[in-house]
Design a protein around this ligand. Structure first.
Ligand SMILES: Cc1cc2nc3c(=O)[nH]c(=O)nc-3n(C[C@H](O)[C@H](O)[C@H](O)COP(=O)(O)OP(=O)(O)OC[C@H]3O[C@@H](n4cnc5c(N)ncnc54)[C@H](O)[C@@H]3O)c2cc1C
Length: 336
């Protein structure tokens, strides 16, 4: 049984910053995340994209922001249960929450802070029968590090910004040796600028554009060696490639948390904006996972919500102690 003061479900940017704010209140944290690494959407979806609206940083890569948040939380020595999803919550006789993961790890804490973002998110997969046999063997649903594709032949599928942007990136930075973009329609859903760029790159031969077509099969001996493309007019043909990257977006789902007795609205947890508490005393929800009138799904809003929620959590844990707000500039982090 892992015991802590604040059990944070979700190690995205908001959960990570909550560790720092909890540390200033001398509250210890443990984080659970279903992903194998911390950072939430920033690490999983867009680590190499710059963010421009983090106060004090005119521009910072999402991955760098996560590294900084980890460094900022480090003095308070948070614990991590990574690669496991929180699936069950109960209360014990002492009034503490017991949260169990899908792998059976148990955690006990008087306060649960849900920072679950979009929930457990899964990629939308194309309906190809044997696709799962090739996952991580040439099939990827998210591009984490473009360098992984250096010198490789890539088939990207999709018609939105992700498919367009990554096709442009891999083709123009001379990373992939060959880029093919396959899309069911002849028009794209992405930004007009990106669509134009893809058309220009197709004209100059840097991207092979295959529209009104879809990937319907994958073949290869233990790894992707070719895909079968079904073209509306020309029928089926084989296309040699090292990677097949369907970028059809992610399917967010609150998952098991939706059955914990929390008030849910539009796939998010309703909170009181006084302290971001849920309808269950002792459980708070911060960041993208919560909803209230005027909610903005922005990282900086999540930082604020966590800070306020922790003041309230402190009062619940120590009803007899008065908390006086101290500046880090006066005490330094070690002084807390
Ligand atoms: C492409 C893109 C660009 C963006 N650009 C910006 C931007 O410029 N500025 C900005 O402010 N915001 C931006 N955002 C939004 C921003 O990423 C989110 O607001 C932010 O990630 C929310 O942080 P979070 O910690 O609340 O949730 P998340 O980052 O979603 O992290 C939640 C974590 O909880 C985990 N989790 C969920 N349920 C469970 C469970 N049951 N058990 C265990 N773990 C669980 C998930 O695996 C995930 O790691 C962007 C988003 C995207 C997709």
């Amino acid at each position: 049984m892992i015991k802590t003061d604040i059990l944070i479900i979700g190690a995205g940017p908001v959960g990570l910053f909550a560790v720092f704010e909890a540390g200033l209140l001398k509250l210890r944290c443990h984080l659970i995340d279903s992903l194998p690494q911390a950072g939430g959407q920033c690490s999983e979806i867009y680590p190499k994209k710059p963010i421009y609206d983090i106060p004090g940083y005119p521009s910072i890569l999402a991955g760098e922001l996560v590294d900084n948040l980890m460094e900022q939380a480090a003095p308070f020595k948070p614990g991590f249960t990574l690669g496991e999803a929180a699936v069950d919550i109960q209360k014990n006789e002492a009034g503490n929450f017991i949260v169990t993961t899908n792998k059976g790890t148990q955690h006990e804490a008087p306060i649960v802070m849900i920072a679950g973002g979009l929930g457990v998110f899964e990629p939308r997969k194309p309906p190809i029968e044997n696709i799962e046999d090739y996952e991580d063997k040439g099939v990827e649903y998210i591009i984490k590090d473009p360098e992984f594709y250096r010198g490789k032949r890539c088939v990207i599928a999709g018609g939105g910004d992700s498919a367009l942007d990554w096709s442009i990136f891999l083709a123009t930075k001379n990373i992939a040796s060959e880029v093919a973009l396959v899309h069911r329609r002849s028009s794209f859903r992405g930004h007009l600028d990106s669509v134009q760029q893809v058309m220009d790159l197709a004209d100059s031969g840097k991207i092979k554009l295959i529209t009104e077509a879809e990937v319907v099969g994958i073949s290869g001996n233990g790894k992707v060696e070719a895909v079968t493309i079904r073209h509306e007019r020309d029928g089926d043909f084989e296309y040699a490639t090292d990677h097949f990257i369907p970028l059809f977006g992610l399917k967010p789902s609150l998952g098991p948390i939706a059955n914990w007795g929390l008030e849910i609205e539009k796939n998010a947890i309703k909170v009181d904006t006084l302290d971001y508490a849920t309808n269950i005393p002792g459980i708070y929800a911060i960041g993208d996972v919560n909803t209230y009138e005027g909610k903005l799904k922005l990282i900086l809003c999540g930082f604020h919500e966590g800070t306020i929620a922790l003041q309230s959590a402190f009062a619940r844990i120590h009803p007899d102690k008065k908390n006086v707000l101290k500046y880090t500039t006066v005490n330094g982090v070690q002084g807390f």
